[in-house]
Design a protein around this ligand. Structure first.
Ligand code: GLY
Length: 357
């Protein structure tokens, strides 16, 4: 078991990585908790629900399903679920367990933050992407047609329960999409993690428990450290957006249906590496290393029919664009990044072209 404290002005809590933790979930519910609402999807519940059901033992809990899928990450399903919570006896003593992938963690957290002006949430992520990133740090929200995560809150969970065994039933494509977020973490802050991904890809792709536990633990350690230093993304937390600026544009442009979030991040990282190398921030050698590791954990679905100019236009409506200035997180070496803004649009377009292949 590894436990990583997340210390924010809003709350201090632990992200715990432990095989079997879902079956001991009730140990993490505070005394006096009223009705527990498990927010999940039918798919996650079918594959992993039995573990959490055992973990909640005698706690009275209600199950609520979200539709699932990034294109369903909208406000409307939350109104329906909130009404359902009221009808099933939810009150201010209620607690939400967000049990699923990144979409469920973001939406379940958002629902908890607005239900009766806020009830606690426990994050129980079941995809690799959610375990290493989405479930930690308190960001919640939904998409608008205009862009990703444009409506949301910061609502830190009471605890994050990360069970690597939950990945056993994760589809291969989802697993690989999560690995792109792990590559991101290595590039921004952990050379050892990056090297492990480069040198042990067979074990990683075979989901060897030792490899999986290491890469989750190291990613969670880094996420906890970054969020503890900067809860509201005023500074350091921006480094977590490596690959996200252009990745978000790709997701929005394709209606959130064609690419998984991690795949879009892989695309965005390719573009950012191009930008970093062509502006002289990154050596050609490190650039090749990063691109090779991204390639190894691919493929990213085909990119035909996507216009670079359309993605460029999308960048300006991303919430990471402040007063018209687009910020890019660029690697300077493996394990270190910098944030730059004011890059020439023609260069950004060339980077997008290069990532489109
Ligand atoms: N997923 C990026 C962040 O939590 O800041």
């Amino acid at each position: 078991m590894s436990t990583f404290p997340v210390q924010t002005p809003q709350r201090t809590y632990c992200a715990t990585v432990e095989r079997g933790i879902l079956e001991r979930a009730s140990a993490h519910l505070p005394a006096g908790t009223g009705k527990v609402f498990v927010v999940s999807t039918e798919d996650v519940w079918r594959h992993q629900g039995a573990r959490l059901r055992r973990g909640l033992e005698s706690f009275r809990h209600e199950l609520l399903f979200l539709p699932g899928g990034e294109d369903q990450k909208r406000l409307a399903p939350l109104e329906i679920l909130a009404g359902e919570m009221v009808r099933r006896g939810g009150d201010r003593s209620s607690l939400v367990i967000a049990f699923g992938g990144g979409v469920v963690n973001d939406m379940g957290g958002f629902l908890a933050s607005i239900f009766m002006r806020g009830v606690p949430v426990i994050q129980a992520p079941t995809t690799l992407l959610a375990q290493v990133d989405a479930a930690i740090g308190g960001k919640t929200g939904v998409n608008l047609v205009e862009g990703k995560n444009l409506v949301g809150t910061f609502h830190q969970p009471l605890a994050v329960l990360i069970d690597p065994a939950a990945l056993d039933t994760l589809p291969e494509r989802e697993y690989r999409a999560g690995l792109f977020e792990v590559i991101k973490t290595g590039v921004i802050r952990s050379q050892p993690l990056f090297r492990m991904l480069a040198d042990q890809s067979e074990q990683v792709l075979a989901r060897a428990p030792e490899a999986v536990d290491y890469l989750i633990g190291e990613s969670v350690r880094i996420k906890a450290e970054v969020v503890s230093a900067d809860e509201r993304e005023g500074g350091l937390r921006r480094i977590l957006n490596f690959g996200h600026t252009i990745g978000h544009a790709l997701e929005a442009e394709t209606g959130y249906r064609r690419f998984l979030h991690g795949e879009a991040v892989a695309f965005g990282m390719r573009a950012a590496v191009y930008l970093a190398e062509s502006t002289g921030y990154l050596s050609a050698e490190d650039s090749v290393d990063i691109l090779e590791v991204i390639e190894r954990y691919g493929p990213v679905p085909p990119l035909e029919g996507i216009a670079a100019e359309a993605l460029l236009r999308r960048l300006t409506s991303d919430k990471k664009t402040v007063q018209g200035r687009i910020h890019f997180v660029l690697p300077v070496r493996i394990g270190e990044v910098t944030v730059v803004s004011g890059l020439d649009e023609r260069l950004v377009l060339a980077a997008i072209w290069s990532a489109l292949g």
